[in-house]
Design a protein around this ligand. Structure first.
Ligand code: MSP
Length: 663
């Protein structure tokens, strides 16, 4: 058993929570539950960031005091988290909490008492002259601003809002002296930032050179903050105050630092990529200056984009209203979607239609349908008693190495979770669901049940299907705890006791007599009715190319071999500007270079979710141009069983090699 410490960012108390906030807290909630199930004592922190000019201004415009403002918004975050079942955190941090204020001041004092790696005082007083973006809570250099006509105040590139001119006395942190230290950490301790690509970004930022950082504001311009120790005419820079919450929450600077000592070195910060620089460059330098060790990993996730590919946020006013979202969708569909549809680290597309499709395909049709079929067949053909594994031969004939197969998926699932590759982890489990579905449709238990001599086969099909569900549900439990608890009750197994480190088959069991539907199908027209046009993507009719075949004509094997069908792995998948239906792929067919392939899948698949997927490619199709881009092959797909229009990309249940030919 190990100690873990997991944090979300603490959210600005200047506005109500939105999807971006819900996302990180949901991921953290799921991860904490997963780690706890794996036996690790996990401390989970979330909270609100309550100081600074932005909050002071939000309070002014709402006609209330800053304290009233932060009390109201902080409770709104707590309420929302509660409504979404996000109640597994141990600490809800508020930076106005007196214990934090005292701890942050201790942190300042420790930094001020020390010297930089070059032997200079860490903190010195000077004069700051420059631009400050209140929503970013960051000083901005010229290359981070959009210049406008002479005399007009420039705009922050991220927020597209005018920045403030600051000219005042300030305390500075000697960040420039920490450049070598940071480069050394970034180069030699790669696990400290995930994913890898983000580490390279931070590294090149640091290599470009660092300037000393202004870490205080005069109280005559910003009064709502933590006073600088020993100088009440200044308040601490809000990021120094906010970042230190991660350690003050563990007792830093108090009489009892036991929890800090046991948990800090295993800290994992989950942050959006927009605030990664603060959590690495600034935070690491501050920690080092105070003589503390660095967090184990800062994991940076991507952004949820709207249907036009723009980041969802308050600035553009395209946020998803969480009350509306909750009114339309079951909470656990949302949890599943958030984890499944964003490849952690990359951006993801959010839309109500995507959510409906994902829920129907994976939950109603996938997990839900397999569960209710299995349940009702065990009720009908076995009087509700789950068949014993009494005929290994029958099981082996249907699914060779069944137990080992489950165990392999289990270990790949856990490994993907460890790498924060949640989407891939879920894909692993759904491969099993598809395989069990196929087993049922190929072997037709309702036909087997008519012949007594087929009893062993019938029982083997039902047993395999039940056992597959038991493992899928056990592993996916942290993502959908309420639904999985219901399913385990219906199917009659214990969700708590399995040892997650090894698959073993269950002993006697009985399924319930109920036929409750745990994942009802979502009806598009109902969900989208009186929809908010700003949020929900328009319902467009899908037009897909259909391949005409003439089934009465036979071809010879030579004809067939003319078509080179090969396995390719999707390396890049992205939308094409101004083309609603096409996606552009770069696919590795094992040829030493990737092929560019265009396919009309944009309305059905979120491109990020396809990265890493192995697909079947017609490799010797004559290249042709679409929208000015050359397409060097075709990705094979079939129509989904419940809709002629919706394609399902052809894929394999087993692991297949890139470049392998279908024959
Ligand atoms: N208060 C700071 C964090 C201080 S932590 C010591 C802050 N707050 S925030 O409320 O603006 O944002 C918090 C988080 O929400 C960030 O991780 C940000 O990336 C995330 N998101 C905001 N919009 C988002 C999306 N559209 N998509 C995904 N996450 C997004 O920054």
């Amino acid at each position: 058993m190990g100690y873990r410490y997991l944090t979300t960012p603490i959210y600005y108390a200047n506005g109500h929570p939105h999807l971006g906030h819900l996302y990180t807290t949901t991921v953290a909630d799921i991860l904490a539950l997963h780690w706890r199930r794996c036996g690790d004592e996990t401390l989970l922190l979330t909270g609100t960031d309550e100081h600074g000019i932005n909050i002071q201004r939000a309070a002014e415009s709402a006609g209330r005091t800053p304290q009233e403002q932060v009390d109201e918004i902080s409770s709104s975050f707590r309420r929302t988290f509660d409504e979404f079942g996000l109640n597994r955190f141990d600490i809800f941090m508020r930076t106005t909490d007196p214990r934090h204020v005292a701890g942050a001041q201790q942190f300042w004092k420790r930094i001020a008492a020390g010297v930089s790696p070059k032997g200079n005082p860490n903190i010195y007083k000077g004069h700051y002259e420059g631009w400050f973006c209140a929503p970013c809570a960051a000083f901005k250099s010229d290359d981070e601003l959009l210049k406008r006509d002479d005399g007009e105040v420039p705009l922050c590139i991220d927020h597209e809002r005018p920045v403030d001119r600051v000219s005042e006395e300030s305390y500075f942190f000697r960040l420039s002296d920490y450049q070598e230290f940071l480069i050394d950490v970034l180069e030699n301790q790669p696990e400290r930032i995930q994913p890898e690509a983000r580490r390279n970004e931070v590294l090149s930022f640091v290599r470009r050179g660092l300037q000393d950082l202004s870490i205080s504001r005069e109280t005559r311009s910003v009064s709502w903050g933590i006073p600088v120790p020993g100088d009440s005419s200044h308040v601490m820079y809000v990021w120094l105050d906010a970042l230190s919450n991660y350690i003050t929450a563990l007792g830093y600077g108090s009489d009892d630092e036991t929890i800090l000592n046991s948990h800090w070195e295993n800290a994992v910060h989950l942050v959006g990529k927009d605030i990664l620089r603060f959590h690495t460059v600034y935070w690491w330098a501050f920690l080092s200056a105070a003589g503390l060790s660095l967090p184990k990993t800062v994991y940076s996730h991507g952004m949820w984009l709207d249907s036009k590919g723009r980041k969802m946020g308050k600035t553009l006013g395209n946020v998803v209203d969480l009350t509306d979202l909750k009114g339309r969708f079951p909470v656990e569909s949302i949890r599943y979607f958030l984890l499944r549809d964003m490849v952690f680290g990359q951006d993801g597309n959010f839309g109500y239609l995507n959510l409906i499709e994902r829920t129907n395909a994976d939950l109603a049709n996938g997990l839900g349908n397999l569960s209710s079929r299995t349940l009702s067949m065990i009720q009908k053909y076995c009087d509700g008693v789950v068949p014993k594994v009494r005929d290994d031969v029958a099981i082996a004939a249907l699914w060779p190495d069944f137990e080992k197969g489950l165990d392999d998926v289990r270990s790949r699932f856990l490994a993907s979770f460890d790498r924060f590759q949640f989407s891939q982890a879920l894909e692993e489990l759904w491969t099993l669901i598809r395989r069990a579905d196929l087993l049922i449709s190929d072997n037709k238990p309702w036909v087997l049940a008519k012949s007594p001599e087929k009893r062993a086969e019938l029982e083997a099909v039902l047993r395999i299907s039940w056992e597959t569900l038991r493992w899928v549900i056990t592993l996916v439990y942290p993502v959908m705890p309420v639904s999985c608890t219901k399913l385990s009750g219906l199917l009659g197994f214990d969700l708590v006791s399995p040892n997650l480190l090894q698959v073993s088959l269950a002993s006697d069991s009985r399924v319930s007599e109920s036929s409750e539907i745990v994942f009802p199908r979502l009806i598009k027209e109902e969900i989208m009715s009186e929809s908010n046009a700003n949020v929900a993507p328009s319902i467009e009719e899908a037009a897909t190319e259909t391949i005409q075949t003439n089934s009465s004509e036979f071809i010879t094997i030579d004809d067939f071999l003319k078509v080179q069908l090969r396995i390719g792995e999707i390396k890049v998948a992205e939308r094409i500007p101004n083309a609603d239906k096409l996606l552009r792929f770069e696919v590795d067919l094992g040829e030493g270079r990737n092929r560019q392939i265009l396919a009309g899948l944009a309305e059905y698949y979120n491109p990020e979710s396809l990265i890493g997927r192995k697909v079947v490619v017609v490799a010797n199709l004559k290249p042709r141009k679409m929208r000015g881009l050359e397409s060097e092959g075709m990705i094979c797909a079939a129509s989904l069983e419940d809709s002629d229009d919706n394609p399902a990309i052809a894929t394999f249940l087993e692991h297949v090699n890139i470049g392998a030919r279908l024959k």
